[in-house]
Write a protein of this length. Structure first.
Ligand code: SF4
Length: 327
């Protein structure tokens, strides 16, 4: 099946510092990926890794410095504002803070149908409200509620209803379960999974929560300093991460099966500045497996379905060298 979204060598640069000493900061540094219809692709990494900037660039909320974004076969990163507007109906963004992204004075019914008014799409708003609330599992009378009368999980469902209002083909969800109790997180993830299969949606999930990734994502990409360091099928990566950064992130994720508990790989907390990227492998200042070569030469991203940017990909169940391990 051909991809609905194709991102190639994407870069996002910001100019920072005082006018006389402006410097360029590369927040996203040449990433490529595809998303196919009905597929969920997760972007994972610590805060500051570039995942949200990347998602905003894909959705044209952030200017692209280099590379290309094709959506439904059309290049959108260079499209004029007038032509991008209808495309936005087909690519919806779900923001992180469900209550904060709703107007406090707008009833739920008006909030979920607001996309119709913004995009001037004619429809019976009463029927659309009923359809959308039913799709996200909320009773019809919630249409009259205000945001402050919603629980965190209900507000998130309203956010989902808004995102699917115009029948998009791709949803970009930024931390879809942030701030929710674990039990409610599961409900929201089940809802997203259900909608994906019922509506044939493709999704990009941005998260630092690896439990979310294992629950919903078919494939994933791990970002570090704006680059992909490992991509591949979620199940494969969880079973045997090959990049040391991925292994460290996974080792910090609570393992539901006590028999599978593995040692936690601690990394130095200090993430290098994007203005002073380390030479060679940019992860070498924190990598427990780093060797001499790592500080001298940047690893190439090898592989097609499973990309790993490391000179020394890990074997399954690899443990860090003894002296570097903190358990
Ligand atoms: Fe670690 Fe070297 Fe691999 Fe970089 S290239 S992740 S420093 S082992």
């Amino acid at each position: 099946m051909s991809a609905i979204l194709e991102v190639r060598d994407l870069e996002v640069a910001f100019r920072v510092g005082p006018l006389v000493r402006r410097r360029s900061l590369l927040a996203v540094a040449g990433v490529s990926f595809d998303v196919r219809p009905g597929e969920t692709f997760a972007l994972v990494g610590e805060s500051g890794s570039g995942k949200t900037t990347l998602a905003r660039a894909v959705n044209r909320l952030q200017r692209v410095s280099a590379g290309s974004v094709n959506f439904e076969g059309r290049r959108i990163d260079t499209m004029s504002r007038g032509r991008i507007r209808p495309m936005r109906q087909r690519m919806a963004m779900m923001f992180q803070d469900p209550v904060g992204s709703l107007s406090p004075r707008m009833r739920v019914g008006d909030a979920v149908t607001e996309p119709f008014r913004i995009h001037k799409v004619e429809a019976s708003l009463k029927e659309e409200t009923e359809r959308l609330l039913s799709l996200v599992g909320l009773p019809a009378d919630f249409a009259n509620r205000y945001p402050h009368q919603l629980s965190g999980g209900q507000a998130r469902r309203v956010g989902v209803a808004r995102a699917i209002a115009l029948r998009p083909k791709l949803i970009i969800a930024d931390e879809p379960t942030a701030g929710l109790d674990v039990s409610v997180q599961g409900e929201v993830l089940n809802l997203l999974n259900d909608l994906r299969s019922r509506l044939g949606l493709a999704m990009i999930i941005i998260t630092h929560n690896l439990s979310v990734v294992s629950h919903v994502a078919d494939r994933m990409a791990v970002m570090y300093l704006g680059r992909f360091v490992e991509t591949g099928p979620t199940e494969e990566i969880f079973r045997a991460p090959k990049h040391p950064y991925t292994a460290a992130l996974l080792s910090a994720n609570p393992e539901p099966d006590p028999d599978k508990k593995s040692a936690r790989i601690s990394l130095p907390a200090e993430v290098p500045s994007l203005l002073a990227r380390p030479a060679g492998c940019e992860f070498h200042t924190r990598c427990p497996w780093a060797r001499d070569r790592c500080a001298k030469a940047a690893p190439r991203s090898e592989g097609r379905n499973r990309l790993v940017a490391c000179h020394f990909p890990l074997a399954p169940n690899a443990s860090p060298p003894e002296k570097e391990t903190v358990q």
